[in-house]
Design a protein around this ligand. Structure first.
Ligand code: ADP
Length: 483
């Protein structure tokens, strides 16, 4: 596996090397250009001045042999005159067709100039070129037409070796190389320091995480990070611990509750069996005892079924298979099935459907949700009451409302009604046979469908449980297999 620290170091080093290379290249190129420009402009100045002299006094070429001595420069300083005289040692004067007609004392004859250069100068242009003699420093040369116009009389060439420029550039390159090497070493050491510092917070985090061996997860990460980027990580880590602790406590309560709920029917079962076994019984007595036991077993089966359903939903939303679903036939079937049960209790059960679009749903789970709501509605409505199931649009959602004219629920119970194992006092007193898991299952199923379930109730008048489901096209894409 790659090391993050190594990655930081390599990236930092690569960046520094790239920057240094660019910097070195730029400095070298700029310096070389400046030097060349200086040399070229100096050569042109000299060439132009000497060219002007020759143009003014062409006989200088005949009277001077290796040095132009007798030129007339009254307004020129002594220093300048000396420079010009010395420069004249290095000049070559060519005829307009490129033949050598005069050469300074120190000037070296060069191979004949190329046709391209000749034609350019003949056009009146000043031409710069670099001559590369064998085993010697390159020479910078300027060729100037005299006079400075088309079809000149002479071509004057002044040259200078590029030794100084080359030495200067070599020194500069050395300096840059030393600077780059030192900077690279510092960057390598510095990047290690930066990587260590950056990762120190992560180290604290992982040490804390390692030290959290199990519940309770109350250890909070007290990172005082110098970098604000780590604050969200610390926050997220602590929030995660809090969530785990909450989940853990929730699970513990749930298990406590479940065990407690199982204990009652199991105790009744045990008591019944013990009492029955104390003496010989008639067949009728055994039958009665078995019927009582069967009731408790049914309660246990209902409880374990509800627990299984909840376990399937906890943390796993794939407990539903969502497909485009038409709700009206599902409701109609269900109402038809439960009508017999309602009639037994002398309750009228009716469906009032309005046309609604498709929803994305799992018909079995929606049925289970509605059975729980209808079962409660029938159970908590006295004989002669009514239960109405409505199917209609509410803004952008499809709504299924289960309305009953039953006892209603006191407002203090409403906020906790969907909590696991929560039952109102009246249902406990009456021992309605419920497990307190029906509405939590309703809530889980609703949420798995990206829907919500709410309750409105008035004591003595009845309750309305409303399920809102998004219409098919409004369901989030990630959970919509049909899109
Ligand atoms: P149970 O299995 O006990 O019915 P639920 O989770 O389905 O558990 O319901 C929780 C409690 O909410 C019930 O015990 C009951 O007191 C109350 N309740 C649910 N539905 C109704 C209703 N339609 N009318 C009155 N009370 C209701």
């Amino acid at each position: 596996m790659k090391s993050f620290r190594g990655q930081i170091r390599h990236s930092a080093l690569a960046l520094v090397i790239a920057l240094l290379a660019a910097f070195t290249g730029l400095i070298y190129w700029g310096f070389e250009r400046a030097l060349n420009q200086y040399v070229d402009s100096r050569l042109v100045d000299l060439a132009k001045t000497l060219g002007g002299l020759i143009e003014a006094q062409p006989n200088l070429l005949h009277t001077s042999t290796q040095e132009i001595l007798n030129f007339d420069l009254r307004e020129t300083s002594e220093e300048e005159q000396r420079t010009l005289r010395e420069a004249s040692h290095f000049i070559l004067v060519l005829s307009s067709d490129g033949k050598l007609i005069w050469k300074g004392a120190a000037a070296t004859p060069r191979p004949p100039i190329t046709d391209a250069l000749l034609s350019q100068v003949q056009q009146g242009q000043i031409v710069h070129d670099t001559v590369h003699p064998l085993n010697a420093t390159p020479i910078r040369r300027v060729s100037v037409p005299v006079p400075e116009q088309k079809a000149p009389h002479y071509i004057l060439q002044v040259e200078t070796p590029l030794r100084f420029s080359h030495e200067a550039l070599r020194s500069l390159l050395m300096l840059l190389a030393v600077f780059s090497s030192i900077t690279t070493v510092f960057a390598w050491l510095g990047s290690d320091w930066v990587a260590r510092k950056a990762l120190s917070s992560v180290k604290i985090l992982s040490t804390t995480a390692e030290n959290i061996s199990g519940p309770p997860f109350r250890t909070q990460l007290t990172l005082n990070p110098p970098y604000r980027e780590f604050k969200p990580l610390t926050k997220a880590f602590n929030a995660m611990l809090e969530r785990i602790q909450k989940d853990f406590e929730g699970q513990r309560h749930f298990v406590d509750h479940a065990a407690h709920e199982m204990q009652t029917p199991l105790t009744v079962l045990q008591g019944n069996i013990e009492v029955t076994l104390q003496k010989a019984r008639t067949v009728e007595e055994y039958r009665e005892a078995l019927l009582t036991n069967l009731e408790q077993v049914e309660r246990l089966v209902a409880l374990s079924r509800s627990l299984l359903t909840l376990a399937r939903f906890s943390g796993d939303r794939s407990a539903v298979q969502l497909v485009p679903l038409e709700l009206e036939p599902v409701l109609q079937n269900l109402v038809d099935e439960l009508t017999v049960l309602a009639e037994d209790q002398q309750i009228s059960l009716t469906l009032k459907p309005q046309p609604v679009p498709l929803v994305l749903g799992d018909s079995d789970r929606i049925k289970q949700l509605l059975i729980n709501l209808l079962d409660n509605a029938i159970r908590y409505t006295p004989p002669g009451g009514t239960v109405v199931v409505r199917l209609e649009m509410r803004e952008h959602n499809v709504a299924i409302a289960v309305e009953d004219s039953g006892q209603g629920i006191e407002p203090k119970h409403l906020p906790r009604l969907f909590d696991r194992f929560y039952r109102t006092d009246s249902s406990r007193v009456r021992n309605s046979g419920g497990t307190g898991l029906g509405l939590p299952i309703v809530k889980e199923i609703a949420e798995a469908h990206h829907g919500t379930v709410t309750v409105q109730s008035e004591v003595g008048k009845g309750s309305v449980f409303t399920l809102l489901l998004p219409v098919f096209n409004n369901v989030p894409q990630s959970s919509n297999p049909c899109l």
